[in-house]
Write a protein that binds this ligand. Sequence first.
Ligand code: PLP
Length: 478
Amino acid sequence: MDTPMPEGPALAPVHKPDLMSVADAKAMDVPTMTELFKAHLNPGQLHFMKLLGFHKIKIERAEGMEYVDQNGRRILDFFGGFGSLALGHNHPRILETRKAFQDEKRHEIAMAFMSQYAAALAHNIAACSPGDLDMVFLGSSGSEAMEAALKVAERAAGPDRPMVVYAENSFHGKTKGVLSVTDGPLYRGEFKLLGDNIRVPFGDIEAVEAAFRAHPSIGVICLETIQGGGGIIEAPTEYWQKLRALCDEYGVIWVADEVQCGLGRTGRFYAFEHHGVVPDVTALAKSLGGGKCAMAAMIAKRDIYMKAYGTPKTAMIHAQATFGGIGEASVTALETINILYEEGLIDNAAETGAYLIAELKRLQAKYPKIIKDVRGQGFMVGLEFHDFSQTLPAVLRPAVAVLDDKLKGSLSGFVGALLLRDHDILVAFTEYNRNVIRLEPPLICERAHVDRFIEGFDALLGRGITAIVRDFVKSQVS
Ligand SMILES: Cc1ncc(COP(=O)(O)O)c(C=O)c1O
């Protein structure tokens, strides 16, 4: 006979803690927001927000290309959430679709039953993907999609080929698997990372070939098609074509990370399409959520997927997570892809992006001592400043040059802060090369928005470096 469980102390009724309501959140002032951010979210990040002046801003609304702050100031968004806002903020068709989905009381969690929305989304993603990139896994973040990409590739490569090649200055996410193929101490910290991976310079085909030749246990190569965090770094078509040929020759699976550069940002649905090659596995995220929700996808060639999975025995090891393919995110992504094509946004990224790049090159010619390089494709654009010492009068250069490494990022910081303060323009930085400003406006960006951006940027650079530094320092004091 079972021994009866001893009775525990009588439980007191549950009391509601001191909670804030949605109305409280909506009405929150900037000091309270700052205090709570510091107390509960990320005190370290607040330090940088203060430097840039971002901490004074409470966003009340966002629409199209603009944020609107607590004072009604309209801020032009050339940051675009690091490529998460292909459709801009609160695209009306996205809002409508999501409202209809809610009003119809559709089911969200598709673990017991299949979802017609997730099925249609997977169909559409396969339809947008060249070759036989047909098999889709739905997740919630770029990191999750890239984890799924590395997992399918690892299983398809087989147990004797566990090594992964990745690139210098790469960024593939912050979960441990993808962190292991992400370069840079900024993110790797001192975590105990996975695998016996090999790092090669990005864009160096000889280094790839040498690695393949030296290590027969390499099974996978993982590369961003355009490096975002690395400073908007591209590799030429020749590189990608040789890479495809080498992967075929050595039987290595190529995983193309399109989390940031995919979904039309460069003027093609996938950035690799510019080079006439197809990877074995790829991943999308960011803008796939239409700027309203978390949605990501891993897409694998059918034969790779079938080698890795595809049987009842392997069904559960890669089945989606709790929120993978959730209803509202699937319906949002479905609508997002339709909007991209129906509104001609991919063509617009190519055309208006080329205009943006041409205008920036014009400014480079006007300010050659400040702007070192303009690069990128479509609306994935990097603008690199010279090292700080090089922007100063010749007599000061040698003395300041010794500080250049320490000062990396300072000019981008000054310019970013003043663009926001004085010209109502938001831009982003790149993590690894901090001399680079990253411009990833929504794909709805028109020439008029480019003109507004260029006008503000031109006016700021026209002040000259000394005035820019002085104005920034003053902004810190005030
Ligand atoms: C190229 C690339 N891969 C992966 C990721 C990770 O995506 P997430 O932040 O959604 O996990 C990012 C995010 O910035 C990215 O830029």
